[in-house]
Design a protein around this ligand. Structure first.
Ligand code: PLP
Length: 488
């Protein structure tokens, strides 16, 4: 392939030359793409499980076993749980030392060798690094709590049903936690989900994609009775990336507030929550943001909703109603204990409790990598990496039996601007178990949704084109074997 510079195909996010280049099916080609990848050095900043790690029945490695040279698994599951940034250990050690040697004074006293500010200020450090990841002002973001909990807190503020406008529009196949959260919010207001929940269902089960037109139509059909819309930025099952800007503008044109669950979008695509005028959003940090299982989540409140000096329609307060706690109170007077709630401006005023500093260290350690890499560069590589995966999956030759009757179909949109890193593949019925066991035997980590879907997510920060190439060899072989064994 030499040193040719690839132009980008704007529709598919692929270097233009992939399409007609038979050498694209070779490992050398993939390795050449890796050598041109401006983000390639970031891989070393993560601990990718080795194949041996995954097989071992205990956590400890054998004596003399060297993580750096052992063959790594192919980890395409950052959409579920990101791998561990190496730096997290140092952040957490420093935190443990601060707590051990300074006790309560660690709350206020800065130290020359600190990685995070004193405990009382760690939330600010989190918001500062999280804001650019989602295209927000720092004041619009708070790193706090958990995703489902934050959705509830945000709905407590943004879902204020009236007799006329009381419905919530969401996807029929929303992630179950979002569905339950909405359902319980509706019940909390003594309304019934049968009446107040409007579910947007895909038009066909074969193609579970929701077109923008369909979403806008459901909004139009329910505009006069809808108080709130809650959608996912990227659909967890199909990997579809919705047109946040257009849908948000449309909701606003009908006088409806709209919030976005960005669990599968934060750290994956270059969101612009502020510019797109999103009312609120929430996301977790353990997927593409690599902060560890159950790591601290985050929320976004657009600056126009975070003001603390605006007379409210239905109360004497000068700020949006919300569920409050002392950490949302003005930080200058928080410790005066006067029991008169005066929120901090912005998203910080939606905080309730003092954050877990242990947890925040993991979030900040990971976000610091995003800060150096930039979401624009991550998205650019991701478009190309996932485009390469799609190209190999859909155009590599299978054997004759499978060729006439493809063992899988892509359910994620083929337009790269309507998806992030993840491709969801639907296998023919009966192939899933066999395919999964072949992948596992060969050290591939992906995620499945029974009965027939696998979700494959190469992650720009730590996955390579060579891994995409190798994954395709293993996956296509798994399909061939599964088809053959079903055929006999
Ligand atoms: C889209 C979406 N919403 C909500 C959740 C629930 O997250 P949590 O358990 O962190 O509240 C998840 C978890 O994977 C998710 O993918």
């Amino acid at each position: 392939m030499g040193s040719r510079q690839h132009g980008q195909d704007p529709k598919h996010g692929l270097p233009l030359s992939y399409r007609d280049d038979v050498s694209a099916y070779t490992r050398e080609y993939a390795e050449a793409l890796d050598s041109q990848d401006p983000l390639r050095l970031f891989r070393d900043e993560f601990i990718i499980p080795t194949k041996k790690d995954l097989k071992r029945k205990v956590l400890a490695r054998d004596e003399g076993e060297d993580e750096s040279s052992a063959p790594k698994c192919i980890y395409f599951c950052g959409n579920s749980l990101g791998v561990q940034p190496r730096s997290i250990q140092q952040y957490i050690e420093r935190y443990l030392r601060t707590w051990a040697t300074k006790g309560v004074t660690g709350h206020f006293v800065p130290h020359e060798d600190q990685l995070l500010p004193p405990f009382v200020d760690v939330d600010t450090a989190g918001a500062k690094l999280m804001a650019p990841v989602v295209g927000a002002l720092q004041s619009e973001v708070a790193v706090m709590g958990t995703l489902t909990g934050n959705l509830h807190f945000l709905m407590a503020s943004f879902y204020r049903p009236t007799k006329e406008k009381y419905r919530i529009v969401l996807e029929g196949k929303a992630f179950p936690s979002d569905h339950y959260a909405v359902e319980s919010q509706i019940r909390h207001h003594n309304l019934t989900p049968d009446d107040a929940m409007v579910l947007i269902e895909p038009e066909s089960t074969d193609s579970p994609i929701l077109t923008t037109e369909q979403i806008l139509k459901v909004i139009d059909d329910n505009a006069s009775s809808t108080a709130l819309i809650l959608l996912s930025a990227i659909q967890f099952y199909t990997g579809q990336y919705f047109d946040i800007e257009q849908i948000t503008a449309h909701a606003h044109s009908k006088g409806i507030l709209i919030g976005w669950d960005c669990a599968h979008a934060a750290g994956n695509v270059d969101l612009r929550l502020h510019d797109w005028n999103v009312d609120f959003a929430a996301w977790c940090s353990y997927k593409y943001l690599n902060s560890g299982p159950g790591g601290m989540a985050a929320l976004f409140v657009h600056e126009r909703h975070g003001r603390v000096d605006e007379k409210q329609a239905d109360s004497d307060d000068t700020f949006r109603p919300r569920f409050s706690g002392w950490w949302g109170h003005d930080s200058k007077t928080r410790f005066n204990m006067e029991n008169k709630f005066t929120p901090q401006p912005g998203a910080a005023g939606f905080q309730l409790s003092n954050p877990s500093v242990l947890d925040m260290n993991a979030v900040v350690a990971s976000l610091e990598i995003f800060d150096r890499a930039s979401m624009a560069a991550i998205r650019q590589k991701s478009l190309s990496l996932t485009g390469y995966l799609e190209h190999l999956l859909l155009t590599s030759p299978l054997d004759a039996a499978a060729e006439d009757n493809k063992p899988f179909t892509l359910i994620t949109p083929s337009n790269p601007h309507e998806r992030g890193a993840q491709l969801s593949l639907r296998l023919q019925r009966g192939l899933l178990d066999s395919v999964l066991s072949h992948l596992e035997e060969n050290g591939v980590v992906i995620d499945e949704r029974k009965p027939d879907v696998v979700r494959v997510a190469p992650t720009a920060l730590y996955n390579t084109y060579a891994e995409v190439w190798e994954f395709c060899q293993i996956f296509l072989e798994a399909c061939r074997l599964a088809v053959r064994s079903r055929g006999v």
